[in-house]
Structure formats: structure tokens, C-alpha cells
Unconditional design. Structure first.
Length: 617
């Protein structure tokens, strides 16, 4: 409760006199109005009330201010003061508490509050009131003293509050420092512990390597459990491991018998086969004589990638027994990079020949494949890629890389039809099949998983994978020759759309006309089709031919003599079956027309093949 009193309105005459009443003195000049009645006793009483009310009002105002300021200071919370400030604070609280309990009519309550205030101050600060005699003097002095105490208390309270903020911040900082220091200490302990473990692991690894070297010196070949952990790849291959101290010893060991002998020599012999194809059989082929420098370069890229893959494989399987962990892991990376390049180069040959007459599409696809191949060269150098438990991840990566080779299928389906695209990729089916089967066998570690120790030297999953890789290279070479033959057949006639077996290989609305196996527009007569494709047909051919008569020789379409012979043969057979166009029109029986047409086509096709083959020879 605040020590307040109602607002006082003091009315007085303009004539004010000095008076004494109840120990309260006030001396003021007296102003009189002319023509007024002056009653001395009444004026003296009013002056006493006026001076007393002003003093009491001052007391009430101070008590109200004291209440407000103390509540504000107490809102800071618990403040710890020294003895002098505690005494002042107790005095201020006592004055507030004693005055707040007084109530009643205005003047009576005000006098009692003033008296209580003076008594409270005198009880605590007697020396301050000794010189004062009257109540008004004591009230005035008490207000001055209490004001001073309140100001001192506020000053120190503000300082303590600021110091409290600083102290709290410092406390938080100190706590933070302790936490950080503790964290650093724990981190140092963990790091020290890790370093110690690494040191012990290194010492243990070195001891294990030395033990494996000693055992290899004594027995020649060691078992899987004798190998240090980083050299353990396939737990189902139990024995036959080499472990040598130097690179020279690794090279020498390749001429001995071990569980790596088949892996090394399968690709070493395969390398000789690929080199023979690249430098002897391919230059002797018909495709080579028809190839441009760019064509030869694309084929050379494939041969180079195949040779690099085989060489890298031989290097890895020769050097994986060296007693140097870093060197061993680097040779593993070399092996993986060879596989990446082989896949990329194989895909590029299909893209090059599929879009032989579309340079923009060709180079877009080939550039994308080359970029992925470069990524496949970089990725194996990441430590995680080489872990023994990542075999399936490695297989998935290489299968995904190979699957990008089918990216052009959508465009080929759109521009040439699904049958054309299917027929184009058919020659590569064998290569893809052996790659996929070999990859599955390699990742699943079959058959040694089923019979541990039975396939340590020959017949293991890695041996089968090597045979699959070599077979895939050879099958892809055969498919590549087929791709180039068809590409050359298209290029011979201004890159016209070459049909392979039937009308399904032409665009919608076109048919495979008997003009060297190229697609003609639906309803287009042979002479117009030949003119558009820049061919010269014998004049004996009829003006129109049924689109159902199909003669296809896409692989033998290049020599002019062969084309002339094929056209002449077809003309003779056509004339034999249907003497004139009217004969054909007279053949109203559908069966008769179909049988005669099939017979003519079969005989014509064999004649064309024979003529074209003889012209090639």
C-alpha cells in the first residue's frame, strides 16, 4: 500500500498572516485587501492550517515517491549489500511499512504519518535529529535524510546490477571456457588414443607382413589366413597365394604356379590375340579398305582400350602380392581404370556407326560417353571403391556405365523405327551377354563359394571373369565390323536409309525396294527411287513394281558391278515370272501372286549374293 493522501485544495484569503500552532511555525507577510473585515483569531488559524497542509503534502509526496522507487529497485531481484547500505535499506523499508499502516481522515492521517516518519528516523539516526526542536524541522530534516539514503541506495543498487550482468557474463564465459577446455581435453585423449591404436595397428601390420614374408620364403605359397588383412580379397580361395618383398620378385613369380597364374596368362595371351587382330586381321579386312582416317581412328581407340585393359589386368594380378600396401592399392586402381576405358571405347564404336551420317548426334553421344569414361578412370582412385566388400558396388558402376551405350535407342526408334534399332544392336548381343554373365560370376564369387578350396588354381570366379572379358572383346570386334559394313552401305548412297531385311526397317510409309536394299517412298516407282538415290537401273525394268517384292543385300551393295548384276538378275527373274505388266494384272489369284513372288524373291536373293560375293573376290 502506498502512503498517499487525497489531493488537498487549500483556499485562503489574499491576506495571509504568520501564526504559531501545535509547534508549527510560519512567518509570512500579511497582505490585506482594502475594505475587508479582518478577524485576527480566524486568520491565524487559517495560516496554521495552510503551513501544516503544505508540509503534510510534502510528506505524502515523498512517501509515494519512496514507494515507487523501492518497488523498482526490488524488481532487480536479490541484491547483496554491505552493512551500511543494508542499514539504509532497512530504514527506508521501515518508513514505508510504518506509514502504509496509517489511515483515517486526511489531516489526521497525514500528521500521524509525519510523526511516524520522524520517530522511525530518530530511532535509527538519532544524531541527525538532535539539533532539531520542532516537528516541522524534524520532518524537513527527515525527508532530506531519507532522500539522501534513497539516492545512495539507488546508486549502489545500479552498480551492483551492472556488476551482476558483468559477473553473469563472466560466469557464462568461465563455464564456456571450462566446457571448451574439457572438450579439448577429451579430444586430445581421443586423438592420443587413436594415434596409439594406429601405432599399434601399424606395428601389428608390420609384424604381420614380416611374418607373411618369412612364411612365403619357407613354403613358397601361403594360405589365405597367412595374408595381412589388406591383401585378403576372396576368402573362398584358400591357398596358392604369393607374397614377395620386392617388385622384381613379383615379376619372377608370374612364371611359377599360383592361384594368379590363370588370371595373369589368360589376359597376357588375350593381349597377343588382340594385337594380332589390330595389326594384321583388321588391316586385311574389306572394311579397312573402305574406311576413312576417322573410321580407322575410332577402331584404333577400341583396340587401344582393349589392350590397355588386358595390360592393366596383367599388371594388377602380377603385382598384387607385393608387400607394400600403398603400391598394391595403386595397381588395383590401374586395373579398374582399364575396365572403364574399355567400356567407354566399346560404346563409342556403336554410337559412331549408328549415327554415321548424323555428325551432330554422333559427337554429342560420343562426347558424353567419353566424359563418363574419364569419370570411371578417376573414381577407382577413391579408397572406398577398392574395399573388398564393395565388389557389388563396382559391378553396379560398370554395368551402369555400359548401360549408357543404349542411350541412343530412343532417337533410333523415333527416326528409324524399333525394328531398325533392334536389328542394329543385334550383333552386339553376344558381347553384352558374356560381359554381364562374367560380372555376375565375379561379384557372387561362384563357384568357389560353394566349394572353398576346390577352385584355388583354376576355374574360380575371377578366372571365368577374365575369359568373359576376353570373349567380350572378340565378340565386340566382330560386331564392330558389322556396324561399319552397314554404315558404309548407307554412306555409299548419300547416307540413304538402308533397310536390313524387310519393310519394317524403313520409316513409316516407306518400303525396302529392290534397289540395292534401300528404302523407297511408298508408291514410288523404281526409276524415281533410283534417281533420288543416285542409282542407274537397267531400262528393262518395268515402270512399277509391287512393294511386296523385296530383295535385300545390304552387305554387298558397294561395288557397281555387283549392283548391275543384281539388278539384271532381278529383271530376268521378274520377266520369267510375269512376262508383261498385263500378265501381272491378269494374275487375280492372291495365292498365285504370293507364291510366284516368294519364288522370285528367293531365287533373286541367292543370285544377288552370289554376284556380289564374286565381285568382292
Amino acid at each position: 500500500m502506498r502512503c498517499t493522501s487525497p489531493a488537498l485544495t487549500v483556499e485562503s484569503y489574499e491576506e495571509i498572516t504568520s501564526a504559531k500552532a501545535n509547534g508549527l511555525e510560519a512567518s509570512k507577510p500579511i497582505y490585506r485587501r482594502r475594505h475587508s473585515s479582518f478577524h485576527p483569531r480566524r486568520n491565524s488559524s487559517e495560516s496554521i492550517m495552510d503551513g501544516e497542509e503544505g508540509l503534510l503534502l510534502r510528506v505524502d509526496l515523498f512517501l509515494s515517491e519512496l514507494e515507487r522507487r523501492l518497488e523498482f529497485l526490488e524488481s532487480y531481484g536479490n541484491l547483496n549489500f554491505d552493512s551500511s547500505i543494508s542499514r539504509a535499506y532497512a530504514t527506508l523499508q521501515a518508513v514505508r511499512a510504518q506509514c502504509s499502516q496509517i489511515s483515517g481522515e486526511v489531516l489526521g492521517a497525514g500528521r500521524r504519518r509525519a510523526k511516524v516518519m520522524v520517530e522511525t528516523v530518530e530511532s535509527r539516526y538519532q544524531d541527525a535529529m538532535v539539533a532539531k526542536e520542532t516537528l516541522s524541522e524534524k520532518v524537513h530534516e527527515g525527508i532530506v535524510l531519507l532522500e539522501k539514503l534513497l539516492s545512495d541506495f539507488e546508486t549502489k543498487a545500479y552498480k551492483m546490477r551492472e556488476q551482476g550482468f558483468v559477473g553473469t557474463a563472466e560466469s557464462i564465459m568461465d563455464e564456456g571456457r571450462r566446457v571448451v577446455d574439457g572438450g579439448f581435453k577429451q579430444a586430445r585423449e581421443v586423438i592420443d588414443e587413436g594415434i596409439e591404436r594406429a601405432r599399434k595397428a601399424t606395428e601389428s601390420m608390420e609384424e604381420h607382413i614380416e611374418a607373411a614374408i618369412r612364411r612365403a620364403r619357407e613354403h613358397g605359397l601361403i594360405r589365405y589366413e597367412d595374408l595381412p588383412v589388406p591383401w585378403r580379397i576372396n576368402p573362398h580361395i584358400v591357398k596358392g597365394y604369393r607374397f614377395t618383398e620386392s617388385k622384381v620378385d613379383c615379376i619372377r613369380s608370374m612364371f611359377g604356379i599360383s592361384n594368379e597364374s590363370v588370371n595373369i596368362w589368360s589376359h597376357a595371351i588375350g593381349l597377343i590375340i588382340v594385337l594380332a587382330i589390330a595389326f594384321y586381321f583388321y588391316p586385311m579386312s574389306v572394311n579397312f579398305s573402305l574406311s576413312t582416317n576417322t573410321d580407322v581412328c575410332i577402331a584404333a581407340v577400341f583396340f587401344f582400350a582393349a589392350c590397355k585393359c588386358l595390360v592393366c589386368s596383367c599388371m594388377w594380378h602380377t603385382m598384387n602380392s607385393v608387400a607394400d600396401k600403398t603400391l598394391m592399392e595403386r595397381f588395383a586402381c590401374v586395373d579398374y581404370t582399364g575396365i572403364s576405358l574399355l567400356i567407354a571405347a566399346s560404346i563409342m564404336t556403336t554410337e559412331y556407326t549408328a549415327f554415321y551420317c548424323e555428325p551432330v548426334s554422333r559427337w554429342v553421344y560420343m562426347t558424353a560417353t567419353l566424359s563418363l569414361g574419364i569419370g570411371g578412370v578417376i573414381l577407382p582412385w577413391h579408397p572406398t571403391f577398392n574395399r573388398s566388400d564393395m565388389a557389388w558396388a563396382r559391378v553396379a558402376f560398370y554395368v551402369s556405365l555400359g548401360a549408357t551405350g543404349f542411350a541412343p535407342v530412343a532417337q533410333l526408334n523415333l527416326t528409324r523405327g524399333s525394328a531398325w534399332a533392334w536389328a542394329f544392336y543385334a550383333p552386339i548381343a553376344k558381347s553384352i551377354t558374356v560381359y554381364l554373365v562374367g560380372a555376375f560370376v565375379y561379384a557372387s564369387k561362384v563357384p568357389e563359394r560353394w566349394f572353398p578350396g576346390a577352385f584355388d588354381y583354376i576355374g574360380g570366379s575371377h578366372n571365368l571373369w577374365h575369359i568373359a572379358v576376353l570373349s567380350g572383346i572378340l565378340f565386340h570386334y566382330v560386331a564392330m565390323q558389322e556396324f561399319f559394313s552397314r554404315a558404309f552401305a548407307r554412306a555409299e548412297n548419300g547416307c540413304a536409309s538402308c533397310c536390313l531385311l524387310d519393310d519394317g526397317y524403313c520409316k513409316a510409309g516407306d518400303f525396302c525396294a529392290p534397289v540395292a536394299g534401300f528404302c523407297c517412298h511408298n508408291g514410288e516407282d523404281p526409276q524415281t527411287c533410283a534417281t533420288r538415290l543416285d542409282f542407274s537401273l537397267p531400262p528393262s525394268l518395268p515402270a512399277s513394281l509391287p512393294s511386296s517384292i523385296i530383295v535385300d543385300a545390304p552387305l554387298f551393295a558397294s561395288p557397281t558391278a555387283s549392283l548391275a548384276a543384281a539388278s539384271s538378275s532381278f529383271t530376268v527373274l521378274y520377266s520369267t515370272t510375269f512376262k508383261t505388266a498385263s500378265d501381272y494384272a491378269a494374275a487375280t489369284s492372291t495365292v498365285q501372286v504370293a507364291e510366284a513372288t516368294v519364288a522370285a524373291v528367293n531365287t533373286a536373293f541367292m543370285t544377288i549374293v552370289g554376284a556380289a560375293a564374286s565381285s568382292r573376290i
